[in-house]
Design a protein around this ligand. Structure first.
Ligand code: PMP
Ligand code: GLU
Length: 397
C-alpha cells in the first residue's frame, strides 16, 4: 500500500480552495453558481504590469533568479515599505517567494520548533493553523467574535501568553472578517508584547491596500518590537495578481537568511517573469490600486446593506479586505423538507445546493456559527447572490 506521511494526513485541505473547486465542478455541469467562496480580486492585472512581464520574456529573463529574489525587486519592495508604511528594511532583509502563502510558511517553518506555541487571534485565515501544524507547533487560538468586531484585546493577548509562546500571528485587515486594527488598538497589543522579548510577531499585511478606514498602521512601525517583527505582503491582492504568485517577508536579517536557506532547498527563487511584473507593480503608477480599492468599498457598502435586510443574519461592517462574515446561528435547527441545518457547514452546503451560491463555513476559519462571503465580484453578482440567499433562508422553517 502507498504510504502518505502522517504529516500530510494530519493536514486539513484548504476549505477556501475546496469550496471554490466544488463550485467550479457544479458550473461545469451547467449549474449557474455564483462563487462567493474564494477570495481573489475579479479585476485583470493592470496593463503596464502585463507589459513588463512580456518585456521580461523578450529580454530573456529565463534563468534562475537569486533565491531571495532579484535585487531590483527587493529594492523596489524596500522603497515601497518605506514610502507607504514608514518602515525601513535593507533589501537583504527581504525574501521574495511564491505568494504571501509561501512567505508565511517559510517564516513559520524557520522559526517554530516542535511544541512551540503560536498565538492566533480567531477567526483566522484557513492556512495559518495548518502551517503551524506542519512545523509541529501548537496553535493557541484567541477567539474574538462579532460582539468585539472580531478584534482581540490586550488583556486577551496577555492571558494567552505562556513560557512556550514563540510567535503571535496577526492579520489586519483580516481575512475572513475585514476587521482593521486602529493604531491605538495595535499600540495596546504592542504594550503587552514589549514585555516578552522572546516572542516573534508575524504580521500578515496582504490586505493593506484594501482598506476603507483612510489610515493604516503596519506592525513593523512600532520601535518597541521592530527588531522581532516580520511583515508579510505581496502583489496578489493590491495589484490583482493572485495567479502570478509573488509575495514576500521582510524582517530581521537572520530570519531572512534562514527563509532563503529553506526556500533554496525546496523551490529556489520565485518565477523570474512574475518577479519582473511585480517590480513594475511596485515602481509603476499606483492609481490602479486606488481604483480597485474604491470599487471594493462600493461593493462593501452594497453587500452590507443587502445583508442587513435579511432576517436572521448578524453582520458587522468590515473596514477592509473583501469579505463579509455574518453570524448565522439563528438558522440552526431549522429545516427545508428532510434537510436539517445543524451548523454553518450544513448552511453553506444548503446555500450551494439550493441558492447556488458558494460560501465558506466559518469553522474553516476556527469560528463556528458563521459563514464567509467574498464580495470580490461584480455588483450584479452581489445583488443576485444576496437575493438568492435571502430567498433560500426564508424557506427554512
Ligand atoms: N494571507 C491571507 C490573509 C490571505 O487571504 C491570502 C490569500 N489567500 C494569503 C495570505 C496568500 O496570498 P498569496 O496569494 O500572495 O499567496
Ligand atoms: N485569499 C483567498 C481566500 O482566503 C485565497 C484562497 C486561499 O489561498 O486560501 O479565499
Amino acid at each position: 500500500m502507498l504510504q502518505i506521511s502522517q504529516r500530510i494526513r494530519s493536514l486539513a485541505q484548504s476549505q477556501t480552495l475546496a469550496m471554490s473547486q466544488r463550485s467550479a465542478e457544479l458550473k461545469a455541469k451547467g449549474v449557474d453558481v455564483i462563487n462567493l467562496s474564494v477570495g481573489e480580486p475579479d479585476f485583470h492585472t493592470p496593463e503596464h504590469i502585463k507589459e513588463a512581464a512580456k518585456r521580461a520574456i523578450d529580454d530573456n529573463f529565463s534563468f534562475y533568479s537569486p533565491v531571495p529574489g532579484f535585487m531590483s525587486l527587493r529594492k523596489a519592495i524596500a522603497a515601497d515599505l518605506l514610502a507607504n508604511n514608514g518602515v525601513e528594511y535593507a533589501p537583504e532583509q527581504i525574501v521574495v517567494s511564491g505568494g504571501a502563502k509561501q512567505a508565511l510558511c517559510n517564516v513559520i517553518l524557520t522559526c517554530i520548533n516542535p511544541g512551540d506555541e503560536v498565538i492566533i487571534p480567531t477567526p483566522a485565515w484557513v492556512s495559518y493553523v495548518e502551517m503551524v501544524k506542519l512545523a509541529e507547533g501548537i496553535t493557541v487560538p484567541v477567539p474574538a467574535a462579532i460582539e468585539q468586531d472580531f478584534k482581540i484585546t490586550p488583556e486577551q493577548l496577555r492571558a494567552a501568553i505562556t513560557p512556550r509562546t514563540r510567535m503571535v500571528l496577526l492579520c489586519s485587515p483580516s481575512n475572513p472578517t475585514g476587521s482593521v486594527y486602529t493604531h491605538t488598538e495595535l499600540q495596546g497589543l504592542v504594550d503587552v508584547l514589549k514585555d516578552y522579548p522572546d516572542i516573534l510577531i508575524l504580521s500578515d499585511e496582504i490586505y493593506q491596500h484594501i482598506n476603507y478606514t483612510g489610515s493604516y498602521t503596519s506592525m513593523g512601525s512600532f520601535p518597541e518590537i521592530a527588531d522581532r517583527t516580520v511583515i508579510i505582503n505581496g502583489v496578489s491582492k493590491a495589484y490583482a495578481m493572485t495567479g502570478w504568485r509573488i509575495g514576500f517577508m521582510a524582517g530581521p536579517l537572520e530570519i531572512a537568511k534562514a527563509c532563503s536557506k529553506l526556500q533554496g532547498q525546496y523551490t529556489s527563487g520565485a518565477s523570474s517573469i512574475a518577479q519582473k511584473a511585480a517590480e513594475a507593480a511596485y515602481t509603476g503608477p499606483q492609481e490602479c490600486v486606488e481604483e480597485m480599492r474604491k470599487a471594493f468599498q462600493r461593493r462593501r457598502d452594497l453587500v452590507v446593506s443587502l445583508a442587513n435586510e435579511i432576517p436572521g443574519l448578524k453582520v458587522n461592517v468590515p473596514q477592509g479586505a473583501f469579505y463579509l462574515f455574518p453570524e448565522v446561528s439563528s438558522f440552526f435547527g431549522k429545516r427545508y423538507g428532510d434537510r436539517v441545518i445543524n451548523d454553518a457547514s450544513d448552511l453553506a452546503m444548503y446555500l450551494l445546493d439550493v441558492a447556488h451560491v458558494a460560501t465558506v463555513d466559518g469553522a474553516a476559519f476556527c469560528l463556528p456559527g458563521y459563514i464567509r462571503l467574498s464580495y470580490a465580484t461584480s455588483d450584479d453578482n452581489i445583488r443576485c447572490a444576496m437575493d438568492r440567499i435571502a430567498r433560500a433562508l426564508a424557506q427554512l422553517q
